[in-house]
Design a binder for this molecule. Structure first.
Ligand code: C2E
Ligand code: MG
Ligand code: MG
Length: 697
């Protein structure tokens, strides 16, 4: 009905903004009751990253998209709608609400827009103000719809939000923050607190994080969680971050001046600061002003900084590194791109947030497993990890058990005001944060883990069973195994069975000690060590005996990595046992029939006597230069000596069987001495088995 009276936007054919205003005011004036009762809605639309679309597809492409969106908005609005393009890529729509189909129509609208281009995801956010008063003019309605639009979160599926009054309250609060922040900075209402970081194992203070608070003259202490996001929207954040950095430098200067040994202090740098290329130089200037050695300063960046492009972040880190600053990754693991980031960024420390562990009520809470994996990855990258937000001793113990001993959180301390923190520093025993896992000389972890490297090739195809094993806090974990390792343990096992196998859970104390002794020797001597231990394999009836050779390949303060080679020697052990058992039986039998027996080695002239020979005749376990040594021992009486020598010469010459009577034992009882000779494949005598029984005749 307005078509003839109003002007249109030449590109999209929608109403011009002034026409739109006029048309909407027609309703506000003619139907104030309907306005109060929520019979109308104002919608505002914002196409995200429209500039990029213009860049990529040119202004023709951009225009085409605007026309498309305008048509979809018209379809969404239906017959009696008023629609306008307010400026560039911003649209608004005023509609009567006749039923409750709007959310469903909005879902269709946003889906259609999202799928309109085959190679590019177009996202359009929508804010909706459902009228609730008659005195709000068009601008006021649009302002409310726009406010709602700014509350649509980027990461969430729903692309639209309905306005509510708390948004306005929040906006007013934000405005208050904006109005006051410059003054607050000038009048030093921002205070820097410091939250200490501890080594949970030694109890030593190893560092602290500078955290800002706003000490508002009337509202009291305001949390950074409230004002940092506002300052970030406002570009004021860099000023604040540099202020915190300066205060931190000043505190370190004070420590150095007063002879107090400092600890490294970390400062937070907002994702938006990184967009400013001169930030590193600005920080360096402040550091120099206070003459603080750079080793006492660290910079925390967040994963979200990746959202603005990895190039800027990489450049920032490189410049900070060139100036000597350490870079810590804050809230590691909370973002979606954590692992990708690790691959691409040159970091010095990771901060893992305990929120990863928080129970979200789901059955499948994999937080602890993920945390364990992250810690292990960090260790192999040689990155120390600090656990953040640690509130309970159990959490800290758990972290230490998976190899992360540095913690920050309420368990140890809240963030402290400067003076309190200063006294703490003065009184505390201090330690350092150590890089966790260091491969021994000549080993390169990148190569070691690279699937294409020669190291991996050798490992996988090694003739025997090989594994990489980690030992920490009384636990053994197999980190990597080759196929033959599994085969050595048992054909029925799968790789998962073996990797999950905890050898110590299936060993008795004695075997555990044998293993630990060998491991300790390997660490102390930095050489290969061996041991043989019995353990049980889940699902197998009998225990197995494994000979393990181990060599340390990496270590840190709290754990050690070994390269191990294994042989399953259960069968061999059983055979030895069998032999020993038979020997025992034979020994018992020999007592019963009063027999002595021994072995004579033709080549070496060595004689190995039986247990009874040792006991009754006082022989050592091995006699050399036999039979002369026996003659010298007076086991063979002088009168029989020549006969005995002759017997052995005959054996040496190849006599297969022999028998002589010699007086033996202290009592010189006549014994029948018999020999049976064993020959090699060439017919040469090798060994002769001797026995002596009393000659009864
Ligand atoms: P963040 O950098 O991850 O800092 C750790 C936050 O966890 C701090 O909150 C700290 O007080 C809190 N926290 C520490 N231990 C525990 C604990 O055991 N349990 C719980 N529930 N929380 C704990 P805070 O001080 O409120 O700071 C919040 C965030 O504000 C910081 O998170 C950081 O992202 C930002 N922030 C703080 N100060 C600054 C600053 O100077 N500049 C910038 N850009 N951001 C800052
Ligand atoms: Mg932080
Ligand atoms: Mg954090």
């Amino acid at each position: 009905m307005f078509k003839e009276m109003y002007e249109n936007d030449s590109l999209t054919g929608l109403l011009s903004y002034s026409s739109f205003q006029k048309a909407v005011s027609f309703y506000t004036e003619t139907d104030p009751k309907g306005m109060e009762e929520g019979k109308y809605a104002m919608l505002c639309f914002n196409i995200l990253r429209f500039k990029v679309i213009n860049d990529l597809f040119g202004s023709d492409g951009g225009d085409e998209l605007l026309i498309y969106v305008a048509n979809q908005i018209r379809r969404l609005g239906g017959e009696n709608c008023l629609a306008s393009r307010t400026h560039s890529d911003h649209f608004c729509l005023f509609i009567p609400l006749t039923d409750d189909s709007l959310p469903a129509r909005l879902d269709t609208f946003t889906d259609t827009i999202e799928n309109c281009a085959p190679d590019f995801e177009v996202i359009c956010h929508v804010g909706i103000y459902v009228t609730n008063r008659s005195d709000v003019r068009t601008d006021g309605m649009i302002a409310r719809a726009l406010l709602a639009c700014s509350f649509v979160k980027e990461a969430v599926d729903k692309r639209y939000t309905f306005y509510n009054t708390s948004m306005r309250t929040q906006l007013l609060q934000e405005q208050e923050i904006i109005n006051n922040m410059a003054k607050a900075l000038e009048e030093e209402h921002f205070k820097v607190y410091y939250q200490p970081q501890y080594n949970h194992i030694t109890g030593q203070l190893v560092g602290a994080e500078a955290l800002v608070r706003w000490l508002h003259p009337t509202r009291g202490l305001i949390s950074p969680a409230l004002f940092i996001p506002v300052l970030e929207k406002n570009n004021f954040i860099m000023k604040l971050d540099l202020y915190v950095f300066e205060k931190t430098c000043a505190l370190l200067r004070r420590m150095l001046d007063e002879g107090v040994t400092p600890i490294p202090l970390s400062v937070n740098v907002s994702r938006l600061d990184i967009l400013y290329p001169d930030l590193p130089e600005k920080m360096e200037k402040i550091r120099q002003k206070y003459q603080v050695p750079v080793k006492w300063l660290r910079v925390e960046i967040t994963e979200s900084a990746m959202l603005d492009g990895i190039e800027k972040l990489t450049l920032f880190i490189a410049r900070m590194h060139a100036l000597g600053f350490n870079i810590e990754m804050d809230d590691f693991g909370s973002g979606y791109s954590s692992l990708n980031m690790l691959k691409n960024l040159d970091l010095d420390t990771l901060k893992l947030d305990m929120r990863l562990l928080s129970d979200d009520g789901s059955d499948k809470n994999n937080g602890a497993v993920i945390l364990t994996g992250l810690v292990r990855i960090a260790k192999w990258l040689g990155l120390p990890i600090i656990g953040e937000g640690v509130e309970h001793k159990e959490q800290a113990d758990f972290l230490a058990s998976i190899g992360c001993s540095y913690v920050q959180g309420f368990l140890y301390s809240r963030a402290l005001p400067e003076e309190e923190f200063y006294s703490l520093i003065r009184s505390q025993k201090k330690g350092d944060i150590q890089p966790p896992m260091q491969l021994i000389e000549n080993m390169n972890s990148a190569q070691f883990w690279n699937p294409m490297s020669i190291e991996t090739l050798i490992f996988n195809n090694y003739v025997g069973g090989a594994a990489v094993m980690e030992y920490r806090a009384g636990r053994l974990d197999l980190v990597r195994i080759n196929k033959k390792f599994i085969r050595e343990l048992g054909e029925t096992l799968t790789e998962e069975d073996v990797l999950r196998w905890q050898p110590f859970d299936h060993m008795d104390e004695e075997n555990k000690q044998i293993f630990l002794d060998a491991a300790n020797r390997a660490i102390q001597t930095d050489s290969e060590q061996e041991c043989e231990t019995w353990s049980r394999i889940p699902g197998q009836e009998h225990p197995i005996c494994v000979r393990v050779s181990m060599r340390m390949i990496a270590n840190s303060t709290d754990n050690v990595m070994f390269y191990i080679l294994i042989r399953n020697i259960t069968e061999k052990k059983k055979a030895q046992w069998d032999m020993a058992r038979r020997e025992k039986l034979f020994r018992a039998a020999s007592e019963q029939v009063n027999i002595y027996y021994w072995e004579y080695d033709v080549k070496t002239k060595e004689m190995t006597p039986c247990f009874r020979c040792i006991r009754d005749l006082g022989l050592p376990p091995l006699l050399q230069n036999y039979p002369q040594s026996a003659i010298d021992h007076n086991v063979i009486p002088p009168e029989a000596a020549e006969k005995y020598r002759l017997l052995h010469r005959s054996i040496d010459a190849g006599l297969a069987q022999a028998e002589v009577v010699i007086p033996l034992t202290l009592e010189r009882i006549p014994f029948r001495v018999r020999y049976t000779t064993e020959f090699d494949e060439n017919g040469n005598p090798v060994r002769a088995y001797g026995s002596a029984v009393p000659a009864k005749e």
